[in-house]
Design a protein around this ligand. Sequence first.
Ligand code: MN3
Length: 214
Amino acid sequence: MTLELRPLPYAEDALEPHLSAATMRLHHGKHHKKYVDTLNKLIAGTELESKPLLAIIGAAAADPAKIKIFNNAGQAWNHDFFWNSLSPQGGGKPAQELLQRLERDFGGFDAFKKAFKDAAIGQFGSGWAWLVDSAGHLRVMATRNAITPVVFGKTPLITCDVWEHAYYLDYRNRRGEYVDAFLDHMANWEFAMERLEKADRSDVVPDLEALEAA
Ligand code: MN3
């Protein structure tokens, strides 16, 4: 069994003008596809072949010799999560329940937005900005390269890809404008809320099976 590149959950041009069809075609069809294809080659004939993606990430995170597998598996999973973190109807303020949790844990929605943007801009080089659930508390974190918060026992709720390939065609070097567009026009708060509800119900942090099914 080989891992497959999942299709985008919307049309390539659905996020215009905030992310162009050209960016989505390159990002999903070339960058994301390359991670999946490379991972399939790396695990072919090994004990990780036919394992779920998160199980591969877990095994590779525990073994420094498997760094190439970790990088490609992490990127494959992070990108699936990123496409779901975007919505043509996204951005702005989330619905009441998530909004209240953000206000409680960050001291206000604007304070959350500032923390998220600071994390996204402050990530030196390539990486990801995340909103995560950490034992019932919402937190913002940044990870470098392919690292996913799952390996730290955090449950990701939403993410913004801040590798240059995510925004350079549309925003050139202006990462801050891209992050603003993510927060104001694309962030899929409904997806984040579904994830938070799952995290609230789960005794295990992270609930790997629930994450896999997302
Ligand atoms: Mn990317």
